[in-house]
Structure formats: structure tokens, C-alpha cells
Design a protein around this ligand. Structure first.
Ligand code: TLP
Length: 346
């Protein structure tokens, strides 16, 4: 039987056997009482990596982002965010439903905003307007094609936010990828945010889990809302152990995912009708347009599936490929061969 190459997301990875072995051995306790030593160790480790006072383990990246938004805002506040960002587009409308905030969306370049755009968007102190309270950034930017926020841009936006009395939340679901690609430490990025969410279940290959990090008083609020949203877990050390294993063993190897993504981008550039610029592929996400191939994205995805390669159709003409722990260099060649069958060469 043909091995399937699954490039739909880096969330599809299965825990390695070494990771699975680390899980049943974990020391556990009731984390709602704060008594799970493995959860506490993971929270300490992530707080330390991000150089924040505290961190809290939560089930998902969505919950990490939404608890952060909830903890930073009041209903009716406005949150400035990039138009193709994850919290605005892919979290089920939670910002409005759970926090009663409204987003003001700004268009970035591959998801990256400039401080000047944000400055212009901040509402004046006039009772007609919502209160601008929070800025959300995403690094790497998913819909931006895994683009990396330049550190100096984050610093500028943070300094602007402080000067205007705003808070800044960073969706760092793939901050690990940005860090490995640039050599800039996660804490160097995190210094330019009041709160940071990070995921263990994307490139790092853990089955479950994200964390929110920030000041002690902020995390205390997040903790209260985690309880309220039903995200308090009990003997969660079983899954936290997988996260600790992932941070210890799967960080540096993200480089391989980036090389594999680059290989795909360079290979795809050769195809007729595909528009892609390999220099825009900075980490593990490859997004390209198939408008000029004569096929729409869902047809390409369907035809690729028949060749044993799963890909994600993003809208009518865009396709996303994501590299991860469960695919290797050989799979990239198989993928390019499958594209040759489906699309034909230039
Ligand atoms: N992204 C998923 C899908 O939801 C699109 C994916 O396959 O990429 N922030 C960012 C930047 C994300 O990419 C994701 C997941 C999340 C937050 C949410 O994480 P989860 O899925 O754990 O709630």
C-alpha cells in the first residue's frame, strides 16, 4: 500500500515512541489544585524560555489566545489585529462570543504589520468610539505563509503600544519556528509582548497542549477564566510530559522542516501556472496560488490525494503545504512527483 504524505498541517503528527514512553512515567497530581508536578515543571520551563513571570498550560492554541484576549479586555473594547490572523479568522468568532470585543483588522504584508499602520488605527478618546485596548500579533504568521515577524518591527509595535497605553498579545503558536529559523531566542521575541501563547502540538509534535505566558497577575486572571471556560484539567501531567519531551528533543530539528519546505517551494516554482516565490518561504509553511493552472485549489487537492499526498486547499485558488516531524526529504520528492502527474511541468 502507498504511504500517504500528509502535508495538510503540522498538527497531524503522531507522538513518537520515545515521547509515548515519557508519558506513562510522568508524576501526576490534581492540577486544578496546582498539584501536578509535571504540569508545574512544564509551566516553569516555558515561563523560563519566554522569560515571563508565569505560564499556564491549556488544551489548545485557540484557548490560549482567547483566554489572553479575555484577560486583557472588557466587553466593547477594540483589538487591533492583522486581517488574515488566526484569532480573527479561525477561532470560531470567539473574540466576539466569549470576550465581547470587536476586532479592527489591518492588512499586512504576508501578515506583518507596521507600527505606523497601528498608530493610525488607534481610536481617539471620544465617546463615539470603542476603546482600543489590545494589539495582537502572530509570529510566525500562518496565513502569511509562515512569515517571521522581524524583531525590530515587534519592538517598534510594542513601544508604540506602551506609549499609547495598549497591551500586546503575541500568538506564538509557531514562535519556535521563528526562533530556530533566525537564531533569535524565544525570550527575545517575548520581551516585546505582554502575553504570549505557544503551542506544543504543531511543529514540536506533542499530541495536545499550549501555554500562555505573562506577568503573575495576568496569569492569575487567565487561570480564573480557564476554569470558567472549562479548561481546568486534572492529572494533566500525562500530556504535559509529552510537551516537556517535545521541548527537549524536537526544537532544533525544526530546521529540517524549514529545509523541506524550501525544497518544495523551489520545486514548485518550476510548474506552469503556479505562482510562488521561494524566498518568501521562511519556515515550515508553503502557500501558493494555482489560479493559472486551469484548476481550482480543491481540484488540485483531490487529484493529489489520488497520488497519495494530502494538501490543504485554502480558498478558491490557494494551497497550503506544511512540513513537520512525520515527513522527510524523500516525501518532498514524492510530493513534487505527484504535482508533476497532476499539473505537468513548465
Ligand atoms: N492552526 C491550524 C488551523 O486552525 C488552521 C493549522 O492547521 O495551522 N494560532 C495559530 C497561528 C495557528 O496556526 C493555530 C492552529 C492556532 C493558533 C490554534 O491552535 P489550536 O488548533 O491548538 O487551537
Amino acid at each position: 500500500m502507498k504511504e500517504i504524505v500528509d502535508l495538510r498541517s503540522d498538527t497531524v503528527t503522531r507522538p513518537t515512541s520515545a515521547m509515548r514512553k515519557a508519558m506513562p512515567e510522568a508524576e501526576v497530581g490534581d492540577d486544578v489544585f496546582g498539584e501536578d508536578p509535571t504540569v508545574n515543571a512544564l509551566q516553569g520551563k516555558v515561563a523560563n524560555l519566554l522569560e515571563k513571570e508565569a505560564a499556564l498550560f491549556v488544551p489548545s492554541g485557540t484557548m490560549a489566545n482567547q483566554l489572553s484576549i479575555k484577560s486583557h479586555t472588557q466587553p466593547g473594547d477594540e483589538v487591533i489585529i492583522e486581517a488574515s490572523s488566526h484569532p480573527y479568522n479561525f477561532e470560531g468568532g470567539a473574540g466576539a462570543a466569549l470576550s465581547g470585543i470587536q476586532f479592527q483588522c489591518l492588512k499586512g504584508v504576508r501578515g506583518i504589520l507596521d507600527a505606523s499602520q497601528i498608530e493610525e488605527a488607534i481610536r481617539p478618546a471620544d465617546h463615539h468610539f470603542p476603546v482600543t485596548k489590545l494589539v495582537c500579533l502572530e509570529n510566525t504568521h500562518n496565513r502569511g505563509g509562515g512569515s517571521i515577524y522581524p524583531l525590530e518591527k515587534m519592538a517598534e509595535i510594542y513601544q508604540l503600544s506602551k506609549s499609547k497605553g495598549l497591551l500586546l498579545h503575541l500568538d506564538g503558536a509557531r514562535l519556535w519556528n521563528a526562533s530556530v529559523a533566525t537564531g533569535i531566542k524565544p525570550r527575545e521575541y517575548a520581551q516585546w509582548a505582554d502575553s504570549v501563547s505557544v503551542c506544543l502540538s504543531k511543529g514540536l509534535g506533542a499530541p495536545i497542549g499550549s501555554l500562555v505566558a505573562g506577568s503573575k497577575s495576568f496569569i492569575d486572571r487567565v487561570h480564573r477564566f480557564r476554569k470558567m471556560f472549562g479548561g481546568g484539567m486534572r492529572q494533566a501531567g500525562i500530556i504535559a510530559a509529552a510537551g516537556i519531551y517535545a521541548l527537549d528533543h524536537h526544537l532544533e530539528r525544526l530546521k529540517e522542516d524549514h529545509q523541506n519546505a524550501k525544497r518544495l517551494a523551489v520545486g514548485l516554482k518550476e510548474f506552469k501556472g503556479i505562482s510562488i516565490d521561494p524566498k518568501h518561504v521562511e519556515t515550515n509553511i508553503v502557500i501558493f496560488d494555482v489560479a493559472d493552472t486551469g484548476m481550482i485549489a480543491s481540484q488540485v487537492a483531490e487529484a493529489m490525494k489520488k497520488e497519495g499526498v494530502l494538501i490543504h486547499a485554502f480558498g478558491k485558488t490557494q494551497i497550503r503545504l506544511v512540513t513537520h516531524l512525520d515527513v522527510n526529504a524523500e516525501d518532498m520528492e514524492k510530493t513534487l512527483d505527484a504535482f508533476t502527474k497532476v499539473l505537468g511541468r513548465k
